[in-house]
Write a protein of this length. Sequence first.
Length: 256
Amino acid sequence: MPNMLLHNVNVLGSVATSSLTAWRGCLVVRSVAQPEKPLVLYDMEACPYCRRVREALTALNLDVDIRPCPKGGRRFRPEAEAMGGKQQYPLLVDNNTGKVLYESTAIVEYLFREYAGRPVPRFYSARAHQGALGSIASATSGLRGLRAEAARAPAQPLHLWSFEGSPFSRLVREKLCELEIPYTLHNLGKEHWTEIGPAKQRIKPGPYRPIPGGKRDVFFQQHQRVQVPYLEDPNTDASLFESSRILDYLDRTYAG
């Protein structure tokens, strides 16, 4: 199967994943101030419980340092166990408050309470059916982002602009997880309903103008567009839009 055809099939699977999770992690509920010290999330991209935490981070527009911990991984799993006492994911470390938290429900409640000063919105509250639907959602993405692949470690973490519900961004996060590449996840959730839709086909017609002063506005001023995924690699000075180009870059630069 040609690479682009396979990529398009994977995109469709990722769209199904977002649909099964009700497209949570797309719209910002409340854009909060970034903490002085970065949050750290020991994460497995294909894990439905880790996904719940990433959805909440997008809802709050909070950035986070991701330490990928796929099955069979050796780079960050020992570090996570030393930090929290066991290999269980998600694991959130907040060096601003000294909190080390397991369990997605506890982490989501903590994020909304600590950084937004409010209870968890109903849309992001834990439901009995979410575990089963989340597992099905991971299966529709072919369980990518679950198991480690041989890869070279970068000297410095990468930077990815993304939001959880983006099907194209998910493909890149899956690859970063499999390669155990640490990165700062810059959440760039949609700040208004008029931003719903693909970057080149939003609901609101005409030239795109983000809300002044927001994270999307800052990104727009730098790049003259707001499109995710966007990757920057300080190790090579590479900067790329488009998931297919980013995936090809990661394979050429770090895989094997």
